[in-house]
Write a protein that binds this ligand. Structure first.
Ligand code: IPM
Ligand code: MN
Length: 285
């Protein structure tokens, strides 16, 4: 477990009660406190411990004392990258809705520059990353007999959107039983509020998935409940033993940290998702 910052430690504690009594828990101290004391973000020892574990239960990262991006990129995005956790699965069971968020590139790739008054932020989109994400989404929807929507912005982001559309349509050919749809992200945001039953499984780019999943959490009664699984679902290519990083999607909420009011539901659900994923793994094995 990596409790992290803000309300992370407060919500992780009750989530640990979900784990079997004989679970061996290793605590990783990455986060703002250690960063401010030592300058370290994720150490080699942290990475070794995580790679040797079955899974990582993650609290939250982000602290107002540290400049934006340092902890987010240095801890959470670094772990997603090191463990090649290319799927961010965000289920909203009460809404009958699941997001499959591409978790390795897009605008999160960290490519860009600041040059005086000019700033660029490049969205990286590779066929291989889109394809493995889309194939997972088709498999997920197919197993549940659910509709799959691609959400993007192909009318403006023609380079990235064009490739996503092309790959989505190609992979769709392998899953003739899965009903598909496409919506632009702005229309999808509107329809999530006005007519969400049209969506069941949504596969989308990293940034769109980040935003739409908070929107869904808002519709679903708040960020206090929503959990996510950052996964490398394919055991044959998984770079380490660790199947994934499981986290509440709410973040560190420094404004309420220490007040005892943080809702641990999302962290508890993250722990349950972790156990579910581990059960699936051992069943496959
Ligand atoms: C999330 C969070 C992260 C993200 C931040 C903390 C980097 O908002 O898990 O949704 O943007 O992916
Ligand atoms: Mn987010």
């Amino acid at each position: 477990m990596l409790p992290g910052d803000g309300i992370g430690p407060e919500v992780i504690e009750p989530a640990l009660a979900e784990l079997p009594a004989d679970a061996k828990i290793v605590r990783i101290d990455a986060g703002a406190e250690r960063y401010l004391a030592t300058g370290e973000l994720v150490t080699d020892a942290d990475l070794d411990a995580i790679r040797d574990s079955d899974a990582l239960l993650f609290g939250a990262i982000g602290d107002p004392r540290v400049p934006d991006g340092v902890l987010e990129r240095g801890v959470l995005l670094r772990l997603r990258k090191e463990l090649d956790l290319y799927i961010n699965l965000r289920p909203f069971p009460e809404l009958g809705l699941t997001f499959v968020r591409e978790n390795s590139e897009g605008p999160y790739a960290g490519v860009g520059e600041r040059s005086g008054d000019l700033a660029t932020e490049t969205s990286i989109n590779t066929r291989s990353a889109i394809e493995r994400c889309v194939r997972y989404a088709f498999t997920f929807a197919g197993e549940r007999d659910q509709r799959l929507h691609l959400v993007h912005k192909t009318n403006v982001m023609t380079y990235a959107g064009g490739l996503w559309r092309e790959v989505f349509d190609e992979v769709a050919g392998e899953f003739p039983g899965v009903e598909t749809g496409y919506e632009h992200v702005d229309a999808a945001a509107y329809h999530l509020v006005t007519d969400r039953s049209r969506f069941q499984v949504v596969v989308t780019d990293n940034l769109f998935g980040d935003i739409l999943s908070d929107l869904a959490a808002g519709i679903d009664g708040g960020l206090g409940k929503a959990a996510s699984a950052n996964l490398h679902p394919d055991a044959t290519t998984r770079p380490s033993r660790c199947v994934g990083l499981f986290e509440p999607i709410h973040g560190s909420a420094p404004d309420i940290a220490g007040t005892g009011t943080a809702d641990p539901t999302a962290a508890i659900r993250a722990a349950q998702m972790m156990l579910g994923e581990l059960e699936k793994e051992s069943a496959k094995a």
